[in-house]
Design a protein around this ligand. Structure first.
Ligand SMILES: NC(=O)C1=CN([C@@H]2O[C@H](COP(=O)(O)OP(=O)(O)OC[C@H]3O[C@@H](n4cnc5c(N)ncnc54)[C@H](O)[C@@H]3O)[C@@H](O)[C@H]2O)C=CC1
Ligand SMILES: N[C@@H](CC=O)C(=O)O
Length: 816
């Protein structure tokens, strides 16, 4: 004996019912079948709507019933090929709708819809569909017998969610089996009857349960639940695109997953088949060739410790707190009894070992009732000040990991917490039973999509981690960065399992935002020009409200206001990658605050390119200090622009022209005066000193400018004019050095807490002498590098190299 159950979508139309007939036909070749069907998809909702409308005095219920009748008659016409077969069923269908109309008229007249009447009303859905299916089989020459589930399943009288009385049910099923020998029974799902013969229902989705009860009562070889998806998935596919079917699962895991929202299976279904060890398949009516999910006693071993992820929304936490509960036996019992009296289902329970508070999760809709009954139960303690009144918190959801293999497998919770923590998902409560089969976290409902995707990547997608980039400032450096990202996207996916998506690009005039999936990196320049403008604050809010996992804000501007956005973003666990030097060289307190925020919110603030472009300067310094070395002295050339200028100026071309060339080649700051007046170098040595552990401010860095003061008095064009005016000054500087065989270098020095920058004449043989083009060099003298410094040297400016340094920081942040 096999029991096959088909859900509402599987029997929603004549076309779908044909598919059901074909599947059942194949099953019959293997042995007798009990077929359980739901109502035609959408019928139950329509019946409930009609009942409620009637009770509310709204005559629209008549239209609904007429539409339902027409739908069933149309299906009958399509399914029953001969007029004779149709003539047999149609009067019966019409009679059913006459009965239904009478029932609805009664509800309308009374203005009341009791749970008992609602059950009766709803039962027509499955009664109609099952009779339709029986007629369809019979019309195809298959002797199908209709089995009235109200005569098979005995329940209590809890209308709407009746509980099955197993012993009587089993007796009734056995008796029916003896009295009605047939290879094919067709039974309506969802409905049953109490001892008085009143129609009851088993709860929404209860047709699965009907099938499981029948399978258990008949000792079936297997139960098949046919639906519109190919089995249970690792996560809700509406939330996680990469969700995939679970081939094998234990009863316990299936129960946990279905309880926690895997809508494919009605949670109580598992228990009856589990008790008898009956294997249960979940299959797809529309893709019967797919394997589906086999729920069984001992699924084959899998490398995945987590079998699936699940979530339940509309959750509220009820927090009861106060000294009055510490060490008081029976306290929890009173709480749960009060909730039970109000028929409030408790979804989750946590209590800290201090016993000072107890927290339960319930459906949000139950909050007012819960507050009433609990505050009443503990009125004495509350008025005596030994307990706080019940404190509900709404807008929450549960996200749970489910898997038998999690048992005795250390580190799963650690991975769960760190994956959520890195993404700024705050966990309000946690529950894990001793079975270790389920770890449940309570989080904000607005974080569910992000959380479940992060966890799916963590536990199921070793192949890919999605990283969402928000890029501000696609200028020289930003433009090259976007080109590099476009070029490397496929490589990163394949080699590093990183799926880098650019979700937004903004400059000072436009902001281009991807709805999902990421921007097209081939057409962004044109697309950006068409896009509207967002203010910096709006751009930040966009990042926060998108609430995407692994979000990184990439600041490729030189704008101080852009740096103001770091703190609110870090506080939402959005990582920051910046080549903008403003934040790291601002007031020390603000630099520290950003670093602390990154630490507190489990994210990254990376700015390697602030010194020496892509050269590993800050990284090397970090490696030295983290391993316990102490940096005593640093000597460096940190301006690509000034090194280029002094390497190329020999008086044969005007000084201003060489500076213009440096700007044209992309070495200068957007405002070249910052390079020429030494402040760009000053902020770099300041950043290095801070990274070496010194609490320095910008005005602690001595800066001896070589520019005549008038060069800095106007705007950038005036600056270039003044450079030309002072050509003799620059020539004199050059000649003074050259006459002694020396070279001009703008040098940054740091010695035991003191920092200074300025122009120096460097003799041949000196470590800084032989520095070509736009190169930078940093010499670190430390407790371990005493005689010979640790040297980092190479190109220290230029859009291409800087972009590659920003790219490297992005990858570091992404691989957190
Ligand atoms: N060029 C180099 O060799 C290196 C540059 N850097 C840093 O890279 C940064 C960018 O330099 P470049 O690309 O040369 O500058 P750029 O002037 O070419 O590009 C800056 C971009 O920022 C945008 N921007 C400015 N204010 C904005 C705002 N409020 N909102 C949105 N976008 C805004 C501009 O529209 C432009 O697209 C600077 O902070 C510089 O210090 C760092 C290391 C080396
Ligand atoms: N303008 C800077 C670029 C890198 O920070 C320089 O010239 O070094």
């Amino acid at each position: 004996m096999q029991v096959l159950k088909f859900g509402g979508t599987s029997v929603a139309s004549a076309e779908n019912i044909e598919k059901v007939i074909a599947i059942v036909g194949q099953a019959l070749a293997q042995g007798p079948v009990v077929l359980v069907v739901s109502a035609l998809g959408g019928t139950t909702d329509a019946l409930i709507g009609a009942g409620r409308a009637a009770a509310a005095g709204d005559e629209a219920f008549r239209i609904t019933l007429r539409q339902l009748e027409a739908r069933h008659l149309t299906a009958a016409e399509a399914l029953l090929p001969t007029p004779a077969a149709q003539a047999e069923l149609q009067p019966w269908l019409t009679a059913q709708f006459t009965e239904l109309a009478l029932l609805a008229d009664g509800i309308f007249a009374l203005g009341e819809l009791s749970p008992r009447t609602l059950d009766r009303l709803m039962s027509y859905g499955e009664l109609l569909s099952s009779r339709l299916v029986v007629a369809a089989f019979q019309a195809r020459g298959l002797a199908a017998a209709w089995a009235d589930s109200r005569q098979l399943l005995r329940t209590n009288s809890r209308f709407g969610m009746a509980q099955v009385e197993e012993v009587v049910t089993e007796q009734q099923v056995r008796a029916f089996q003896l009295a009605t020998p047939s290879n094919l029974w067709v039974a309506p799902g969802f409905i049953a009857a109490d001892a008085e013969g009143h129609t009851t229902t088993l709860g929404r989705g209860g047709s699965d349960y009907t099938a499981a009860i029948l399978a258990a009562a008949l000792g079936a070889e297997k139960l098949e639940i046919w639906t519109d998806v190919s089995g249970m998935l690792t996560a809700d596919p509406r939330l996680v695109r990469a969700a995939r079917p679970i081939a094998h699962i234990s009863y316990e895991e299936a129960m946990e997953l279905s309880h926690f929202g895997a809508k494919v299976l009605y949670a109580p279904t598992v228990q009856p088949v589990r008790q008898r060890g009956i294997p249960m398949w979940i299959k797809n009516t529309f893709a019967p060739q797919d394997f589906g999910t086999l729920v069984e006693v001992a699924p084959p071993p899998t490398p995945n410790v987590v079998r699936g992820l699940s979530s339940i929304g509309n959750l509220a936490l009820l927090n009861l707190e106060g000294s009055g509960m510490v060490g008081v036996p029976g306290f929890s019992a009173r709480l749960f009894a009060a909730l039970a009296r109000a028929r409030i289902n408790v979804v989750l329970i946590t209590q800290s070992s201090s016993e000072h508070s107890i927290c339960v999760g319930v459906n949000e809709a139950d909050v007012p009732a819960a507050q009433g009954v609990v505050n009443e139960e503990f009125a004495g303690e509350i008025s005596a000040g030994r307990l706080e009144p019940l404190r509900p918190e709404t807008g929450l959801a549960i996200v749970a990991l489910v898997g038998e293999n999690m048992k005795n497998h250390p580190g799963i919770s650690g991975r769960l917490f760190s994956a959520l923590g890195h993404n700024g998902v705050n966990i309000r409560a946690i529950a894990q039973g001793a079975s270790e089969r389920n770890i449940s976290t309570v989080i904000r409902a607005s974080d569910v999509r992000k959380a479940i995707n992060v966890l799916h990547e963590e536990f199921f997608e070793a192949t890919s981690k999605q990283v969402n980039l928000f890029i501000l400032g696609p200028g020289n450096v930003g433009g090259k960065l976007l080109a590099q990202l476009a070029q490397q996207q496929a490589y990163l996916r394949e080699k590093l399992s990183l799926d880098l998506r650019v979700m937004a690009i903004a400059n000072s005039r436009h902001s281009l935002v991807s709805e999902e999936g990421g921007l097209d990196l081939r057409t962004w320049p044109e697309d950006l020009n068409e896009a509207p403008k967002l203010t910096l604050e709006e751009f930040t809010q966009l990042i926060i409200s998108k609430n995407l996992r692994n979000s990184i804000f990439v600041d490729v501007t030189a704008n101080p206001a852009a740096a103001d956005q770091y703190a609110p973003l870090l506080a939402k666990s959005v990582a920051i990658v910046a080549c903008n030097k403003v934040a790291a060289s601002a007031a020390y307190a603000s630099y520290r605050h950003l670093k602390q925020l990154a630490q507190d919110f489990n994210t990254k603030y990376l700015f390697e390119t602030n010194v020496g472009a892509a050269l590993p300067v800050i990284g090397t310094l970090g490696d030295l200090t983290r391993s316990g070395d102490v940096v005593r002295r640093m000597q460096a050339v940190l301006s690509g622009t000034l090194n280029f200028v002094f390497n190329n100026y020999d008086g044969s071309r005007p000084f201003a022209e060489v500076v213009r060339q440096a700007q044209a080649e992309g070495y200068t700051e957007p405002d070249p005066r910052l390079d020429l007046n030494g402040s760009d170098v000053a902020r770099k040595i300041l950043i290095l000193a801070r990274e070496a552990g010194q609490q320095l401010e910008m005005n602690d860095v001595a800066n001896e400018s070589f520019l005549p003061p008038s060069c800095l008095e106007g705007d950038v064009p005036a600056f270039y004019e003044q450079l030309a005016v002072h050509e003799p000054h620059f020539r004199a500087l050059y000649e003074a050095a050259a006459s002694e065989g020396k070279r001009l270098k703008f040098v940054a020095q740091y010695t035991d807490g003191q920092a200074a920058v300025g122009l120096q004449q460097i003799p041949p043989g000196h470590d800084l002498y032989d520095l070509r083009g736009k190169d930078n060099v940093v010499l670190f003298y430390t407790d371990r590098y005493t005689d010979q410094p640790l040297v980092v040297k190479g190109a220290g400016a230029g859009a291409e190299v800087t972009a590659s340094g920003v790219f490297a920081d992005i990858i570091r942040a992404a691989r957190l």
